[in-house]
Design a protein around this ligand. Structure first.
Ligand SMILES: Nc1ncnc2c1ncn2[C@@H]1O[C@H](COP(=O)(O)OP(=O)(O)OP(=O)(O)O)[C@@H](O)[C@H]1O
Length: 254
């Protein structure tokens, strides 16, 4: 059974042309669905619609059989914790005035307190921060630092720790490694892959990096001008009958 079902989603900004057109896909539990496409094709718009930051014009977004699309902020609140995000720029995601420990607490204080956690256990702030930092393979002493005292890779691990702290069903990963150097990119991708298995989280992994998406995902889809033109299991990426646009993207990577 699918965890997230997206059906016939359309999205326009103002009176402009449609940015998303008839988008359909589903993601199962513990699965990673990869989304590739060129800059400007609508990937981040889709992410914002899934996170209910942007309303959709038509269609449906259903998580755990609960429709999320175009709900009021108040009626969305009980479901927000189930769908979290890790975005491109960790520096923008962390408040520079807050120590890491306080940034880590933020989602739990917003959404977690009334919820029983399965993998983490809240006894006190310090202990909770240590568990989260350990999960993302960072030393506990980083809790007392400010974001500017961390490397880019460490900051992105902190944003991942924050996203998993309330044990969401799914995390939208929108270009999560594009601001990192090549070595940190590979390490963060490995970490994310391990956490998916360990915590049973699903991902929508959005990137223009076909190789990274292929490595991380069980299923893949290709977007062009707001339309999903191709969807397939990762083993089928190099199949002869791939959509011509997918083949074009592959040739850019070879
Ligand atoms: N808030 C907005 N208002 C109007 N148009 C927007 C807005 N956000 C995005 N767009 C337009 O929607 C289209 C898709 O943008 P989007 O950011 O979703 O693409 P993307 O595939 O994520 O690109 P990139 O890989 O460069 O981040 C673009 O033409 C963009 O200019």
């Amino acid at each position: 059974m699918s965890l997230l079902e997206v059906k016939n989603v359309y999205k326009t900004y103002g009176s402009g042309a449609a940015v998303l057109q008839d988008v359909n896909f589903s993601i199962g539990k513990k699965q990673c669905l990869g989304l590739v496409g060129e800059s400007g094709c609508g990937k981040s718009t889709l992410a914002r619609c899934l996170l209910s930051i942007e309303p959709i014009d038509r269609g449906s977004i259903v998580l755990h059989n609960i429709p999320l699309h175009n709900k009021s902020e108040r009626s969305l609140r009980p479901y927000r914790r189930h769908i979290q995000a890790v975005l491109q720029n960790p520096s923008a995601a962390l408040n520079p005035k807050l120590k890491i420990i306080d940034s880590l607490m933020d989602p739990y204080l917003q959404f977690g307190e009334q919820t029983e956690l399965k993998h983490f256990c809240y006894r006190n702030k310090q202990d909770f921060a240590s568990q989260l930092l350990e999960a993302v393979e960072l030393p506990a002493e980083l809790a007392g630092r400010y974001p500017h005292e961390l490397s880019g890779g460490q900051k992105q691990r902190v944003t991942i720790a924050r996203a998993i702290s309330i044990e969401p069903a799914i995390i939208i990963l929108d270009e999560p490694t594009s601001s990192l150097d090549v070595l940190s990119q590979a390490a963060v991708l490995r970490l994310l892959d391990g956490l998916r298995e360990q915590l049973g989280i699903s991902y929508l992994f959005i990137s223009h990096d076909l190789a990274a998406v292929h490595m991380m995902s069980q299923h893949m889809m290709v977007m062009r001008d707001g339309v999903i033109v191709d969807q397939f299991d990762k083993e089928e990426l190099f199949a002869a009958d791939r959509h011509p646009y997918t083949q074009e993207l592959i040739s850019m990577f070879e």
